[in-house]
Write a protein that binds this ligand. Structure first.
Ligand code: 9WN
Length: 429
């Protein structure tokens, strides 16, 4: 199935709904693909990172010129990377979006290398990727440090990847939706409206992205030039936990390439310090969960999303925080090992919970894979095993659905979805 989604240089998340290359999808896909073809897994990441911008950002979409315009909205004519992104260093030979997605790439690169170190060394895979990965992390830790505390901020819900999560309802309410007549939603040609974000959500996504584009994709962080952080500026637990995880992976990459621990121990130290910052800025002891911080109000957003469980992947989390997170995962809000089969994307008891609608309740395979990885890391083996079995069942029964009902495992959204197939493969190895 992954071969059907392969374009020759990368893998599309879904042939009809998402016919281009997506950033964090490609990282998860490479993690699975390495078991079938380490070479293709390397190419997947190389293709994505070849579209990196001069300022270090890795765009969330790399467009395939062979796909008809209008097959996906917003396409290259909306983002206008070559012109609007010129000052930020958008590449010339390829069209991309101008926003980013969670940095899973160094983790993926390390795992892909480990799948076939001989091939990786022969192709200088890590040596070629290393400066790009380092520049990517530098961009996030400086230009995106809008809060000034060291964490990266996301400027758009599409950047965090859980597009219509109720966590964004508050910050998004400040955004005046774009005129619905000004754009056409190609996603509704392939997805049921009840499974997708609403038209009002889309109006707000379009407004925010157009504003960022019209400001030349300039950032508000330490080496950015834009002073106003914009209507939407949020520190997100999953995004930053993945940045920290990828910092650890980049430390391993550097140690492998340099043959010394010297530079990599500095990076590991930074990853540990960022873990402390994550706890200081985003941990909510009352809810026993990590929350998102709205940088406009400088307050935590009182919504329980799966994003708040993802820091379980961090090795240096204080043990009391880890234990509390595991309790929260098992409790009434996420139901792991009890009411639900897979971890939902949003609080089962929350007022906005909807088991069908995209990131407002359904369970996704990438987030479940990360939670399972975190549980395993912290020794919660029976729970991790149970989650793994549930994921394998749901993936098989749903023909690799994009997301599933967290209670029943019934498939929703696209089928034959890239990261669902790839991460299933990873669970089987
Ligand atoms: C916008 C590709 C992407 C995923 C995101 C998911 C969805 C896009 C969309 O699809 O977002 O980037 O058009 O809805 O929310 O996580 O990377 O699979």
């Amino acid at each position: 199935m992954l071969w059907a989604n392969w374009t020759g240089t990368s893998t599309v998340p879904s042939l009809a709904l998402y016919p281009h290359q997506w950033s964090w999808d490609s990282a998860f896909i490479a993690i699975g693909l390495r078991h079938l073809s380490p070479l293709r897994a390397q190419l997947e990441l190389e293709t994505l990172l070849a579209a990196q911008w001069g300022d270090g950002r890795v765009p969330h979409i790399v467009f395939n010129d062979a796909v008809p315009p209008g097959a996906y909205f917003p396409g290259p004519d909306f983002w206008r990377s070559a012109t609007a992104g010129r000052r930020a260093g958008a590449p010339g030979g390829v069209q991309t979006s101008g926003i980013v997605q969670p940095p899973v790439h160094a983790l993926a690169a390390w795992l892909v290398h480990r799948a076939d170190p001989g091939l990786s060394r022969a192709r200088s895979f890590l040596a070629r990727l290393r400066p790009r990965l380092a520049a990517w992390h530098r961009y996030l830790m400086t230009a995106r440090d809008a809060g000034g505390a060291g964490l990266a901020a996301v400027l758009h819900p599409w950047e965090q990847g859980m597009d219509n999560s109720p966590c964004w309802d508050g910050p998004l309410s400040r955004v005046e939706p774009a005129d619905p007549g000004a754009f056409r939603r190609a996603d509704l040609d392939h997805g049921a409206p009840g499974d997708r974000p609403t038209d009002t959500d889309y109006g707000r996504y379009v407004r925010l992205a157009a504003q960022y584009r019209d400001q030349g994709y300039e950032d508000a962080g330490r080496d950015g030039t834009r002073r106003d952080p914009g209507a939407f500026s949020v520190e997100d637990p999953a995004f930053n936990a993945l940045l920290i995880t990828s910092e650890y992976a980049l430390a391993l990459i550097e140690a492998e390439l340099d043959g010394t621990e010297c530079r990599s121990s500095e990076r590991r130290e930074r990853a540990r310090a960022l873990t402390d910052t994550l706890v200081a800025r985003l941990w909510d002891p009352a809810r026993a969960l990590f929350l998102c911080r709205d940088l406009r109000s400088d307050r935590l957003i009182a919504e329980r999303g799966v994003t708040g469980l993802i820091p379980l992947v961090l090795p240096a989390l204080p043990p009391a925080v880890t234990a509390a997170l595991v309790r929260t995962a098992r409790g009434p809000h996420f139901g792991l090992g009890g009411a639900t089969r897979l971890v939902p994307s949003y609080d089962l008891t929350g007022p906005a919970f909807d088991p069908r609608r995209y990131w407002r309740g359904p369970a996704w395979f990438n987030t479940n894979w990360l939670v399972a990885k975190g549980l395993r890391l912290h020794g919660e083996l029976p729970l991790a095993d149970r989650l793994r079995a549930a994921m394998l069942d749901a993936a098989d029964a749903s023909d690799f659905a994009e997301y599933v009902d967290p209670y029943t495992g019934a498939g929703r959204g696209a089928r034959r979805f890239g990261w669902t197939a790839a991460l299933t493969l990873d669970l089987l190895r």
